[in-house]
Design a protein around this ligand. Sequence first.
Ligand code: FUB
Length: 344
Amino acid sequence: MPEENIEDINFDDLNARAISAPLVNHIYTADPAVHVFEDKIYIYPSHDIDAGEAFDDLGSHFAMEDYHVFSMDHPNGAITDHGVVLHVNDVPWAQKQMWDSDCVEKNGKYYIFFSAKDYEGIFRIGVAISNSPKGPFIAEKQPIQNSFSIDPCVFKDTDNSYYIYFGGIWGGQLQRWREGIFNGGSPESPTAFLPENNQPALTSKVAKLKDNLLEFDETPKDLIILDEHGNPINQGEINKRFFEASWMHIYNGKYYFSYSTGDTHLLCYAIGDNVYGPFTYAGVILEPVIGWTTHHSILKFNDKWYLFYHDSSLSKGVTHLRSMKVTELNYNEDGTIQTIKPYN
Ligand code: FUB
């Protein structure tokens, strides 16, 4: 939801109408990536802080420094904060802005994938490893070779191979990458280097990971989202085009790619037949929340489906101080997802 509307909001009223409360209120948390490991729900969120950076359209005010891990026995149960599991000072290549992360398990080891800016101000994706889902995690000395942009989501396919989805426009820098080269020139505007409105939109990227989960096994491919006529969504279709916050899950044998539309504040989804797509736009999962960003993960637990998301209700609308939440997610018989309104 745009910042300019925030001052008109009565937050007592809004919080009374919210469909869910913040999962924790001792720190600010955002971008929750959620998985079941060892029969528990583990949440890997961003840890929002107020670092005093001015608000800008490049997201400089999202100046996070570390990650915490949380666990729960049930989406409605008590939540445990396992504390700081990785700090930017312990990542040799990372300078600042520890943004969205995700975690996967392979052969008893846990791999956090996270986005942060390197010492040249370029977003890269790094990996840190632990023997426990609770961490602490030890960072690799270098980011994933040839990685770029933000918001990694790592997905284990039904054949046990692993894929990474990533990317984000504006402050996430996706629009600055062309054929493996970063266009770091001016202007610094978040909308410079974007396609024209009548051209196909920039897309999330997908790449198979090597067996060690530390390298791309292929050059990242475009994840194409088609409209109902089979045409790629254009950059100007701002209520449907990809902005950031990739997530992948399978429902009834179909692949559901979900994402944020950024400046139009929607969580949308598209359906395909395999990890690469193409995917066909299918609708809105979550209407705009309080705060500029929206971000999520989708989890099946005990035969029910849940949407983990965030909003800025606890901070009374401060964009970079968000709180993770959870609500039930329901499918229609035709496999479409019922759109959720975050406030009644
Ligand atoms: O948390 C920082 C950024 O805000 C994330 O990387 C984006 O997805 C948005 O939620």
